[in-house]
Design a protein around this ligand. Structure first.
Ligand SMILES: Cc1ncc(COP(=O)(O)O)c(C=O)c1O
Length: 415
């Protein structure tokens, strides 16, 4: 007898879903209201927002709001209809691709509607069953899902560990020699949880010894690193060594959409083979025109990135001076490492939000090992020194309560 499919789903809600009753609307699916900025409304109260990824403060910039509104007034949100390949192509899509490619020094670029889908589909398109993928253990879920679609072999290396990378590259080389395939290496420019940069310089240097192509997801590096925010490849001086560059518009660009960039032939191949784009509606023109405006601002307003880094440096040095462990971050991403279990973490974050007016993301097991808590702060160009000072004072108070076991007692009543 077969089992009803939904029986399992109702019984086992998954590692996060099992917390839904305690967490929904507050720790997960929270609603931040008001204009996107350093201070928004949560649960009826004003909070300092450290979790919205609006690195350059463009989301609520008057010029951006105007560009978006003008484009929506002119074209609505539907135009163009159909997939790019069929009927959804425009001059503006082409212009944005050209400008993205020029900005990051690649021959060509291809726009995609969502970074996540795009990455899954690009990995699927780039490899066949004879090819081998080598990828970092800590890469984003979209890369993991892309790798899952791969019908051939894959090797995962220890996070940012070049010795482990080379060992796996050797295994991949041996295998690819047997299958007659090639090797795709995938890393992130910036790892989103802990804020480390991918070791692109060392990876690219190994191209001297091994034959592989490098795909880099630079979601958090685009706009924040390198001269003018041109990304992690520029930051490390190895942009030429990145064969396929990816950035989403969901962070520094404060929009939606993403792009891949590389040599013309490779980009043309993606245009004709990426199933998530061939069989999905084109990015609406309002988004495309809005993205053109944002890209222009990133290019011509270096003061936005300078401000982001002033805030980042003040936040990170302030937290370090107050004795907090920020791990090994080398970027704006500011993880504050604390020790405790999930119920304690929930009680602590509740206190932070309700009594200290601080809204940040909380990262716990299974994303990181059991017993660790990360309070993850994403500074932006719209934060102020006052935001930083209030946050550090609040963090010092909650750490002291955590160490005294106060949250353990409260947390036990929350679960
Ligand atoms: C590293 C990384 N890659 C890809 C994505 C997915 O991009 P999008 O939000 O455009 O789907 C994200 C999250 O936005 C990300 O952090």
């Amino acid at each position: 007898m077969t089992k009803d499919l939904f029986e399992r789903i109702i019984e086992d809600k998954g590692p996060l879903g099992k917390w839904a009753k305690q967490a929904e609307g507050y720790f997960v699916f929270p609603k931040l209201e008001g204009n996107i900025s350093n201070r928004m409304i949560f649960n009826g109260k004003k909070v300092i927002t450290w979790s919205i990824n609006d690195y350059l403060g463009l989301a609520n910039h008057p010029e951006v709001i105007k560009a978006d509104a003008d484009a929506a007034a002119e074209y609505g949100l539907a135009y163009p209809m159909g997939a790019r390949m069929m009927s959804g192509h425009t001059n503006y899509h082409e212009q944005l691709e050209k400008e993205c490619a020029e900005f990051i020094d690649k021959e060509a670029a291809y726009l995609v509607n969502f970074g996540y889908q795009g990455m899954v589909s690009a990995i699927d398109a780039l490899v066949t069953k004879n090819d081998v993928i080598v990828y970092d253990m800590d890469t984003h879920a979209c890369i993991i899902d892309g790798v899952r679609l791969h019908a051939g072999k894959r090797f995962v290396y220890k996070h940012n560990d070049i010795e482990s990378f080379e060992k796996n590259l050797q295994r991949a080389t041996k295998l690819a020699e047997q299958t007659g395939g090639g090797i795709l290496v995938v890393s992130e420019g910036v790892f989103g949880m802990r804020g480390e940069q991918g070791r692109l310089k060392e990876i690219v240097a190994l191209k001297e010894k091994y034959n592989f192509r490098l795909l880099v997801d630079d979601a958090h590096g685009f706009g924040t690193l390198g001269d003018n925010g041109r990304g992690t490849g520029f930051e490390q001086g190895v942009q030429d060594g990145i064969d396929v560059y990816f950035a989403t518009f969901a962070k520094s660009m404060a929009g939606i959409g993403a792009f891949f960039a590389g040599d013309k032939d490779v980009i043309q191949y993606l245009q004709y083979n990426m199933r998530s784009q061939m069989f999905a509606k084109s990015l609406p023109l309002a988004m495309v025109k809005g993205a053109l405006k944002r890209l222009d601002m990133i290019r011509t307003m270096p003061e936005l990135k300078d401000k982001l880094w002033r805030i980042t440096n003040a936040l990170q040095s302030g937290l370090k001076n107050a004795g907090f462990d920020l791990g090994t971050t080398q970027t704006c991403i500011t993880p504050v490492f604390l020790k405790g279990e999930i119920p304690e973490a929930m009680a602590m974050v509740y206190d932070l939000r309700e009594n200290h007016g601080i809204f940040c993301s909380i990262v716990v097991y299974p994303v990181i090992p059991k017993g660790l808590i990360i309070l993850r702060l994403i500074p932006t160009a719209s934060h102020t020194q006052e935001d930083i000072d209030e946050t550090i004072t609040a963090f010092s108070e909650i750490r002291s309560k955590l160490e005294k076991g106060i949250y353990k007692r409260i947390g036990a009543t929350m679960v």
